[in-house]
Design a protein. Sequence first.
Lengths: 82, 178
Amino acid sequence: MTVSEASMVHRLDIVSEVCPMTFVRVKLLLETLEVGDLLEVRLKGAEPLRNVPKSVVEEGHELVQLHAEADGTSTLLIRVAR
Amino acid sequence: MSRGVVALNEPQIQRYARQILLRGFGGKGQHLLCTQAVEVVDDSPVLRIAAAYLVAGGTPVLGLPVGAFAVDSLRGSNPDVDWNAPVAVRLFSNSEAPARSELTAVMRVNEDSIAWSFSGEPAPVRRRPGTAPGPVLIGSLAALIVQRVLLGELTRSGDAVFSVACAVSIELHQTAAR
């Protein structure tokens, strides 16, 4: 897991995690961020790709972008909303 | 500025992962569950069930009688529990309502009802007609309510009484002759 706090864009790599730990990592980090901050999450696999964005929205945050990478990973951009 | 660092260590995150996922819990909620204790004044099957659920969720439960199933097996069931955490909620069944003093809440848990108070003695329960649902259902339900009290979610909604009755009917239908 790597987190960059150099700017208001935070980064989290959960490529090596499996559900449900994928969203646990995301949720724990989102709790510590300020409203309006951005979190970029890199994940891999069909199940995390299905579950993490859905859970992010259910928690009341905004899913800004979802981008599939050539290496099979995906990147989510989340804006902290609460 | 950060809104605060989650005070859970990695073994705690692994142990409580599925609970952390629940709405209203999260890392901060789990920390609240791990840092406040529940004291049990009486000993009953319902309270033992509630205690088992609470300890599994990270909350220390004090006051169960030594030698009962509870003390030894509960302490062994979750090595993560902080048994020195301050008492926030006191549970009782049959005795007089325990002094509230500095507590967040007191809760009376019987075979068919749960009543709690943030200000004094829980209100009396009007028994409902029907079959008592039994200690497992009521005990686990009481544990869920205690967790919400520890999370601070019920404090604003005030005192409450929750009574439960259910009837179970089992019918055997013969579908083929021997």
